[in-house]
Ligand binder design. Sequence first.
Ligand code: KG4
Ligand code: ZN
Length: 333
Amino acid sequence: MSIAILAIESSCDDTAAAVVLDGQVRSNIVSSQEVHRLYGGVVPELASRAHQEYILPVVQLALEKAGISTRDLSAVAFTRGPGLMGSLLVGLSFAKGLALSLQIPLIEVHHMQAHILAHFIEDPQPNFPFLCLTVSGGHTQIVVVRDYLDMELIGQTLDDAAGEAFDKTGKMLGLPYPAGPEIDRLAQKGQPCFAFPEPSVPGLDFSFSGLKTSIRNFLLKAETATPGFKTDRLPDICASVQHSIVGILLHKLEQAANQTGIREVAIAGGVSANSELRKQLIQLGKEKQWEVHIPKMAYSTDNAAMIGITAHYKFQQGLFAPQSVEPLARWHL
Ligand code: KG4
Ligand code: ZN
């Protein structure tokens, strides 16, 4: 019997649905909410309203593209957390209603676990155990992945996430939200000529709040000394900020590889789309003789295919959620 899963992702500002048939992605639809660009960040109330508006057409399109009717589904999967409560509730309620009406099981999925398991959507797939640096708008984590559903968090940010560092710097520079992709694009025309101090954080944890403050102070001072500095040197500022963030991430990843002795290394999450991080990781991997895994762009940022693949492994183990399941805005890996 085949396993056909409809997966729904609505943890932040992307409404997404995918169909995964026997572990193969048959459709993967993402609708990104443009409304937040006006506000320089995600407005939770607007995000949940937009999910409410998009969820039905996004799910219908995912089913249509997969050529599957609801009658053929084996289970409905959804992101239980972590994320914005109002956003999670929309996906969860939709999934519950559909599963109930079709009399099929519900599968809850951890968003960060799904970012990691996105590596199993296509070949080549990592071998266990591997290390994963998971970097998104809300999380920065180093995880030892022992099996599909057996993961251990060995390092994480103590304050801001790497994506937040990109987005908040972008806001200081007057760039639209989310600023990560824009900084990446502008950095390609500049040089990392400004240095920011790397925070000294013990162990495998990260901190980005000090970097944010030093960038703010640097910009204030430079703009006062030379009016127009921020605009005139925008590509160099972006290249420098990106260089610093990537440096912080890769130093800790290298430390984690040394500490654990694991030589198979992956990156995941929205920030793993960053071209400098990808380039430097490939370079570092060559030097260190690591087996490096980088997800396809479409599976780096938020998507429902990763929720579907995670649900596929949970289905095989009979890990279903009750109809009483509630969303978790915070949920440890
Ligand atoms: O995983 P994701 O799509 O959503 C969350 O789970 O948060 O990650 C979104 C984050 C945002 O902070 C965004 O600015 C960042 O990923 N991002 C990037 C790039 N593309 C997305 N950051 C740097 N360079 C990029 N190319
Ligand atoms: Zn994400």
